[in-house]
Design a protein around this ligand. Structure first.
Ligand code: ARG
Length: 457
């Protein structure tokens, strides 16, 4: 397929240069967006009289045929073409002759590619948002089911205070809801039409940019043509939002991996989402969670690639910017792939509530509540804290827990203690009393679930 820019050149491009220069291997996935963008452009050229209306109609009709043929597999994309824009325009011209050559009036590949990436990424954002919403709903279901399942909450990976598994699930739901918000926010800024920017300096033709924006579902048009063709902030923002998605999935994965270990055994993954070992017959490994954790590195790498590609290039378009696509597509594909495996893995995992409850009983995680009990009796918190600390040390010495320590021992440390202390440090009560908004009590978690579901809808 000949280059679009052959006019001034006397020699063919060297084979190596052509391969190096070509982007078709990774931009062919934008064929639909490219064609739809061209149809909108041609429609506007006809409506404004920049080209003849009949010719515009022919161009649009033939572009639709080309789109159908690519989708059905009747027309295959020529991988020797320089890029998807060259291929589509070449195909159109080979079918329509002179008429096809009018499509590129008042347009450059610079504003064309800026348009195509925006259109492609807007769709990708919608798809990823849907996948994130599905995961949030799975977490809401888990939270509903396990809102009463006591588990130890940790700080420093040391048992800290009692929470429930439902509360823990809703923490991840909160993170993912922010991720969805960030993606939509990023889409807003992306949703500006760059077409009409030309190569860099706009055009002398009387374009109706707003008409094209309306046809393609953009909120408005870019304000400056240099910026219109050379802005890739939206790719960087998206890669950054996706990096945060991966941070969240990676932390979650880390917990799943720990919880699957015999040391915890809080959850068991379904066989369909675990793998075995080729040598150790007893093994059941959380490979899916490990891969999600590992793949986060790719997405952070993509973000770094994009930042580095963009940081030193003078305005406006430079070929460096062709590097945007592999990076941002890799980030998008990785996140989608991870969510496709992660969501059903969470949905099907078995939660071992007895093991969680047993772990919660061992770590003195009701010590704060014991201190709060003394505060209720009138002792200042610092004194209550110190007395409880002594009790914990005593329990450790005697191999007891706060629940099994006899009342005399309590009284020996502080005479404000009476029988009610055992009710005060009961784990179920400790959780139930944490009615504060955002807390682990059943009512509070129910409210979190309700809000999350509302946000998803
Ligand atoms: N394949 C190119 C890219 O992805 C399209 C734009 C080409 N523009 C140019 N001036 N060479 O960036």
């Amino acid at each position: 397929m000949p280059q679009l820019w052959k006019g001034r050149f006397k020699k063919e491009l060297a084979k190596e240069t052509n391969d190096f220069n070509s982007s078709i291997s990774f931009d062919s996935r934008m064929f639909e967006e490219d064609i739809k963008g061209s149809i909108a452009h041609a429609t506007m050229l006809g409506a404004t009289g920049i080209i003849d209306k009949c010719e515009s109609d022919k161009i649009c009709a033939e572009l639709s045929v080309i789109l159908d043929e690519i989708k059905s597999g009747k027309l295959s994309i020529d991988m020797d073409a320089e890029d998807i824009h060259t291929f589509i325009e070449g195909e159109l011209t080979s079918r329509l002759g002179q008429t096809g050559k009018r499509l590129h009036t008042a347009r450059s590949r610079n504003d064309q590619v800026a348009l195509d990436i925006r259109m492609t990424l807007k769709n990708e954002i919608d798809e990823i948002s849907e996948k994130l919403k599905a995961l949030v709903l799975v977490l809401c279901d888990k939270a509903e089911e396990y809102k009463g399942a006591i588990m130890p909450g940790y700080t420093h990976l040391q048992r800290a205070q009692p929470i429930t598994f439902g509360h823990h699930m809703m923490a991840y739901a909160s993170m993912l809801l922010r991720d969805i918000d960030r993606l939509n926010d990023c889409k807003k800024r992306m949703n500006v039409l760059p077409l009409g920017s030309g190569a860099l300096a706009g055009t002398t033709y009387p374009l109706d940019r707003n008409m094209v924006a309306d046809l393609l579902g953009f909120d408005g048009v870019s304000a400056n043509s240099l910026d219109g063709v050379s802005d890739r902030d939206f790719c960087i923002e998206l890669a950054s939002a996706l990096s945060l998605v991966m941070v969240h999935l990676s932390r979650f994965s880390e917990e799943i991996i720990m919880w699957c270990s015999w040391e915890f055994k809080f959850v068991e993954l379904d066989d369909a989402f675990s793998t075995g070992s080729s040598i150790m017959p007893q093994k059941k490994n959380p490979d899916i969670a490990e891969l999600v954790r590992g793949k986060s590195g790719r997405v952070f790498g993509d973000l770094t690639t994009l930042l580095t590609v963009m940081k030193g290039i003078a305005l406006a378009y430079n070929k460096d910017m062709q590097e945007d696509k592999e990076a941002i597509f890799d980030a998008v594909d990785t996140v989608k792939m991870c969510l496709n495996a992660f969501t059903p893995m969470i949905e099907t995992m078995t939660v071992l509530t007895d093991n969680m409850r047993a772990a919660a009983a061992k770590g003195f995680i009701n010590a704060t509540d014991c201190a709060d009990y003394l505060v209720g009796k009138g002792l200042p918190f610092r004194d209550a804290y110190k007395a409880t600390g002594e009790l914990v040390a005593l329990c450790i010495d005697k191999g007891l827990t706060l629940e099994t320590l006899p009342l005399e021992e309590y009284k020996a440390v502080c005479d404000l203690f009476d029988d009610e202390v055992y009710t005060a440090i009961n784990l179920e009560k400790c959780v139930a009393d944490r009615l504060v908004e955002g807390g682990p009590s059943t009512q509070s978690v129910e409210k979190q679930i309700k809000l999350a579901k509302q946000a998803v809808e």
